[in-house]
Ligand binder design. Sequence first.
Ligand SMILES: *Cc1c(COP(=O)(O)O)cnc(C)c1O
Length: 382
Amino acid sequence: MTIEPGFGTKAVHAGQEPDPTTGAIMTPVYMTSTYVQESPGVHKGYEYSRTHNPTRTALEKNLAALEGGKHGLCFSSGLGATNTVLDLLAPGDHVVAGNDLYGGTYRIMKRVFERYGLTFTFTDTTDPSNVAAAIRKETKLLWIESPSNPLLRITDLAACASIAKARGVTTVVDNTFASPFLQQPISFGADIVLHSMTKYLGGHSDVVGGALVLNDDATAERLRFFQNAVGATPGPMDCFLVLRGTKTLHLRMERHCANAARIASWLAAHPKVSAVHYPGLASHPQHALAARQMRAFGGMVSFEVHGGLEASRRVAERVRLFALAESLGGVESLLDHPAIMTHASIPAEERRKAGLADGLLRLSVGVEDADDLVADLAAAIG
Ligand SMILES: *Cc1c(COP(=O)(O)O)cnc(C)c1O
């Protein structure tokens, strides 16, 4: 009987064999566009690097192992992965998606794919009955983000995936905010897991990439066709950087989570803070679900200060250790102002409907010392 290795062991080893020609322990960066064939059509499985590259293959296998899926596919960005999933659809098809999504996901749905005759319904997936009500006979995909961005709402993955499955709908879970260390959507019945590798998987804010992981062979083959036919594939150096990142994913996530938990409870007790959104707080509306579904509560925290937009702008200008920047999931702490920065592409009215206040601030809590991060926020909030 073989024993399934633990997460950390897979993070370090899955998909990675010492290089057969030299014994190099690290997967080489195969900087090549093409591969020599012995005779026309006779090759070692590699023909052209848009289609396959050995560094990418190593990463695809590593990610599949971490998400507990059979197939991994990597892309030049998270949105490249999103685009490729939406390529599975045809005019007339309908998608049900969360109403608290990554801004770029909303944008590609509304501004790119709606032009090709796809339709989208955005609903609050934290209540699975909204998902059931939004599914129509043309619905092909259910698109969930949990924790969501930026309000860190939690959706019951098992409940929603089973509603979708009963109606023949494919469930896609964007697992970027949790990372596979905290939550493995396939184990809850999701069909396709999506990642922006730019965030926790890469983990060092030095690479942009995306990934899909799934079990179904036929869907994987269709996705591989679109991956190659559309061509949003990552270069070997990018794949190498993400592979370096995933080796320490479990270590980094533990520190991100511990620091975020400390900051969330500190913020919750601060008189100038009017709301804190963190699934690890007992006051979070889906705290019990998060505790069931996730190993820990993640490194993202969002909050509001009294005084709305102007007060939040002042905090954003006054932080020193937290860098004012978009993105998340790197070792360094970042502060984002969603309404002005990452979520500006969502119309103000849609933002308000989704409960995203103009004065909301979002923290990507890094792996620095928690005391220093708290001191920085204390000085900025005043
Ligand atoms: C960043 C992000 C994306 C898009 O990924 P890119 O790598 O920036 O293209 C998708 N979903 C979530 C949740 C993200 O944070």
